[in-house]
Design a protein. Sequence first.
Length: 308
Amino acid sequence: MRRLLGTTVAITIAMTLTACAGGDDGDDRPHIVVTTNILGDVVASTVGDAAQVTTLMRPNADPHSFEISAREAAMMRDADLVVSNGLGLEEGLQRHLDQAAEAGVETYVAGEQIDVLDYADGESAGTPDPHFWTDPARMRDVVDGLEAATKDIEGIDDRTVEQAAAAYRTELEKLDQEMTGSFASIPEQNRSLVTNHHVFGYLAERFGFRVVGAVIPGGTTLAAPSAADLRDLTEAIEQAGVPTIFAESSQPDRLIQVLADEAGVDVAVSELFTESLTEKGEGADTYLSMMRANTERITSGLSPGPTE
């Protein structure tokens, strides 16, 4: 799934150069720079045509480890607003975020706008979980805060933002209703999730799922499981009787396939889009399409078959 097409990269670089040029293209709208591509889509949908929005993270990248160029770092320091996820997600980018804040750039940290959950177990137990976008209700909180934050940007068209934000909130509410209805069809005893690493805590809390475990024992994809971790998770899977375990599209699924083999039971492996949007046409090029695709796959993977 991790396919970075040359033409797309070239277009992204061209857009970055234009933004750094300080409006040489005649676009004098305020400039908002966003770290992750999930937030980039949400920010663009929230502000509409009121601002230029540049997203740093490429499609199919890993938010824990992606890096930026010196030119992109300079662009952050020149932005009218920098939007980040926060809660420790952008591990490879934090120093640039700190430098932008020290330079006096206005910042908006989405993770500071929501009711934060802590990881329940694993190496990250007790620390904030940054994967709040799996709950569309919390994303509405992010949109509310972002709309308020843009009012402090000089030259922003408040009316344009208000209209775009209201329209996008309606889309988020519709998504929320669709997810609620779809997950309601899964019997309560089947609502157990196993993934590559801990990413669905917010979805589980909101929609009544249990997170049985994760192949990677922590909140970051930079960690690795031990043999003991795999044995413990295998036992948990057997006890829970889950019919499907889920692999993330941003990572190879070798580990989770090994886990399926180790479990010694008939467990299907289904791919989800979790930490990154995809290229256009790959199934999850917007936040809304990503969440709808995941909802359908989780519902299909955990619903009982015709003979159950």
